[in-house]
Each structure stands twice: as structure tokens, then as C-alpha cells.
Design a protein around this ligand. Sequence first.
Ligand code: WTA
Length: 645
Amino acid sequence: MSYPYQIKSYEQYQKDYQRSIEDPADFWSEIAQHFTWKKKWHTTLNWNFKEPKVEWFKGAKLNITENCLDRFLEKSGDIPAIIWEPNDPEEHHRILTYKKLYEKVCQFAHVLKNNGIKKGDRVCIYMGMIPELAIAVLACARIGAIHSVIFGGFSAQSISDRLFDAQAEFIVTCDGAYRGQKDIPLKSVIDDALIGNRTVKKVIVSTRTRTAVSMIKGRDVWWEDEIKKVETMGLTDFPAEEMDAEDPLFILYTSGSTGKPKGVVHSCAGYMIYANYTFINVFQYQPGDIHFCTADIGWITGHSYILYGPLSAGATTLMFEGVPTWPDAGRFWDIVDKYRVNILYTAPTAIRSLMGFGLGPVHGHDLSSLKVLGTVGEPINEEAWHWYNEHIGKKKCPIVDTWWQTETGGILISNLAGITPAKASWATLPLPGVQPILVDDQGHEIVEKEDGLYKGNLCIKHPWPATIRTTYGDHERCRTNYFATYENLYFTGDGALKDENGFYRITGRVDDVLNVSGHRIGTAEVENAINMHSGVVESAVVGYPHDIKGQGIYAYVIYQGSHQQNSHGTADLIRKDILQTVTRIIGAIAKPDKIQFVSGLPKTRSGKIMRRILRKIAEGEIDNLGDTTTLLDPNVVDEIKNGKL
Ligand code: WTA
């Protein structure tokens, strides 16, 4: 197998880029010829960013699983599709060849059907990182149901909100999940999420930890029992549902600057082609390579670069259940060594945390199989970049710094491994088909350099195949969030720099979205959660630089009466109560790192919180707060400064 559209040289990149800009429809239509279609498209692209409307390959019919499974069965059915490494290194790993994965997906598609699930239904998937998660996702796609995977770290309340928003009628979960030393009781979280829920009809539970679970008659069924039924009925192949190119493939919730996560919707055809194209080109995947993306499938990175990108390329993808630091901080290097991993794709936060353990855990592992390293999720600082380059890649592996978002479905800006130049902590050049532009707050293109660089808000001028199609159930929200800030542009929410070579460096979010350990969290969401605590009067949340996490969460809280001497205990206890509340409402990932009690917040006369000041204080820049005279009560600033944690 070879990939006819794999870019082989810098010159070819430049040529392909040029072509993709001059005639995007023609460019993508040529790439799309290499996929399996039930019916070809009549219109390659139809779009306007005003509504917004983005339609690729209109009129085409397909099923993404035929492109990820069926088309490889004949020639490469016996090569591993998924290598699964369990949490506990003592437990046996599992290998699912393309043939095996195909059989399991078909079987589970029958299970879904037997349980009343059909095309267009929303299925919420809340599972640990076990092969059954991949099988469940693909089986949904096979039957045409819309999957919405929820990361295992979200709380019952978060799940309940998402179930409601998606009007989901079905859930696939596990009894529990292993993560390092912890067992997470997933089914019991689902049970809490379902209290008062009237839409969910069926919960399919896969066994992993065999934690005690309550199985409600008529609603809850065991995965294994359902599979047995299918076997007894002699059901094997499952004909792939015929999907329109623009039918939704999945919903994935992500945080924005409002208090409520948005259900980002991706389509079947455009998403598939873009995930595949970027996978093959950015990582320069060669048949036989072992690709190890350390993300969780609960995030977009797992969707695109553990599952759909690699599988649509007939690649071997490694799925890891555990965490990088258990049983020790050498776990990634163990895995690289054990499976002779060729491509390692991880997050800067993981690199920084592993750096903290020194070189001991790296030593004694043979990392010579590595060819390509990648990072994603947040800006990578130069120190981490150099450590990764020297100690993991041994200066022989190109590092791809891939910038993209849940909404973009796949990588938009990145060097191509070994093909286009790399630059430490720069994402560098746009992928073919991607037209970035830097604008000022009024939407004018930045044409003047500042200290030798262009600096502005990062937007995209033209749709690429995996552009966000809508936010589930609320198209207007999609418009106002992404397409209304600047006319005719998709606004990313990120700030960026551009150098004279056209290389981009992403500087981070310019909106109220935090990036904590590579996880997106909206400050408004965290504030809402804190405000749920009975004693809290008001709160304001900002980010601050954190050595490992990239950004930490800093919360300023006004507490009823005095937090110092409260009938409910000391300030520390109240802090713990607040953390507990956030864990309940969102999940442990959104817990503030610091909570400072204050008697007031810096507000303008019109009542708006001056976050800029709070951000500066949290960052430790207390002597450089700018003009505070317009504040309603400038004295609160001194109090906050003095009480800084
Ligand atoms: C940030 C993750 C700098 C950025 C795929 C973006 C990055 C947000 C990079 C999206 C990178 C992602 N360099 N920043 N290479 N990659 N980001 O939706 O702020 O979880 O807007 O998607 O992560 O996060 P999301």
C-alpha cells in the first residue's frame, strides 16, 4: 500500500499548497478519489461563512467504517489495526487485526441494532481506554448513529448536561476503568447522571474492572451477554449504513467562553478525508509503522489520531489504557521499546511532567525505533521541545508541533515530519487547503510587523473539509462563536505570531478559555461551578502560568460572612468544599489550583469584572497593573494584591 497524496518534499508541499489555494475544490476532489464511496458527489464544495454553511462532497454516499475496515480486509486483514496496552504492565496486551476489528465492530453493530439503536440516534460513550471503546465508536459509525464520547474524567452532572443537550437515548459504558493506581467507577457515575433523566432507554455495560454495579432491569444490559445473543443468532457481517457526506458522524463537547460546553458536530465525508490526509502527511506514516498517540479517545486528538486518521490509512495504532507515570515515569518509554513504536504523539504537559523525573526513567529503554515525534494541545515551551528532541528523539526525529482544535477536526498548522522545516515551539506552516490570516480586533489583516513579527488574532479564510458544521441543536451558537466576530472568517480564539517565512507560532487563547494540561476549560464554566457552592457569593477565575500544566486555574472567591471564622470551619476546609463542588459539577480536571478569598472584585462602574487586573495579579505581575482609577472601588486591588497566593 502507498499513499498517492503523501507529500514527499518541501517543493511538493509548496506546489500542493499553491494548488490547494487556487482551486480547493479540485484539490480535495482529487484526494477524495482514493476513498471508498457508495456514490460519488455532484458538488465538491458549497459554502458561505455567513450562515455558516459548509458542505463538502455533496451528494456522495459512504460509510466511514468501510474506509477504515472493509477496504483493508482482503490485502491487509491480518495486520494489526489496534495494539492495546493495558494499564497494568503485567496484564496481557491485545492485538486486533483489521479482520478481527471488523468482526467485532459488525458484532457490536448488531448489538446496537438489537437494542433499538438506528441511524441518526445519539449514543453517549463513557468508557475507559479499552478496545471496546474503539469498537463502540466504530459500531455507531457503522450503523449511522451519532456518537458522543465523554472523557472519563467528567462528573455525573457534566454527563447529565451533555445527555440532555444531545437528547441521547443510549449509553455505552464500562463497570469501571483503570487509570494508574485508581479504579474509576464509570457505571456508578452514569447511574448518578441518569437520576431524573427520561430520555435514555438503554445502557450497555462492558466489563473491565468488575466493580459492583447496579443493573436496572429493562434499561441496563451487559455488553458480553448481548454479544452472546448475537453469536447465538449467527449474526456476523453488518452491512454498513449508507450515509450522506454531510450526515453528522459525531458530536464532541468542548468548552468555550460561555458557561456551557458546546456540542461540536463533524460530518462523515469531510472529516474522514481531512483526518486521513493530515495523518498521512504530518506524521509521514509509512505502511508497517506503529503509531502511538497518547491522548484519550474522549478528546478530539483521540478521535482523529488514534482512530479515524490511522484506521482510514490502514495503519497500526497503539491504544494505551494507563497513565505516563504509573507504575513509574518510564511507562511511555517501556511501551516504545516493547512495541518498537515509530511515531509518538503526545502533549507538552506530559513531556514537562516526565522531564521532572530526570533521565533515570528514560535510561535502559531502547528508543531507536522512533522516527517521528509530535506534540499537540498547547504551546510547547522551548525547554520541553529541546528535552524531547535530545533525550527522546536523540536529535534524529523531526518533531511536529501540530496546532488545531476540536472544531477543526484535524491538524491545520504544523510542519510535516522531515519534509518541511521545524522550528522549536513554532507550529510553522499551514497544511494544504488551510488559509490562515492574522487580524486585529477590528478584523483588519495585520500588515505591519511588531518587533519583526506579525502579531494578531488567528482566523481562517476558507473552509477545509473538516470545518465544524454546527453546534448540536443550536446553529446560531456556532455562528456567533466562530463566524460572527469577523466577517467571512472562522475565528479560532487563539493569538499567533507570523515570521517573514510565513511560519506561525501560536501564543495561546485570547478569549476566556484556559488550557490546563492540554485540556480546554472555560473560565465561566468553572465560575458557575464554584458559585454553586452554598457559601459563595461571587467568583472570578483566570489562568496563570504553571510549570507542568501550562496553565493553572486561579479562583478569586467572595465568601458569605467571613471565610476566616465560619461555623463550617477554617478557610482551608472551605477551599476543600469548593473543590469538591467543582469536582461534582464538572469533574476533577476543572479544580482550581489556587483559591484566594477576597472581599470584593475589581469592577468597572458598569459592573464588569476587570479580568485583566486579576490575570496580572495571578501571574505575579503586581507592580504593573495599568490604570485602575476607573474602578468602582480601587481599594480592592490592594487587598487582592496583598492576599495573593
Ligand atoms: C491549543 C486540541 C499551541 C489552542 C487538538 C487551541 C495549541 C486549543 C496547539 C484547542 C499547539 C492546540 N500549539 N496551542 N500545537 N494545539 N493548541 O479543542 O489554544 O482540545 O485553540 O483541541 O488548544 O484545544 P482542543
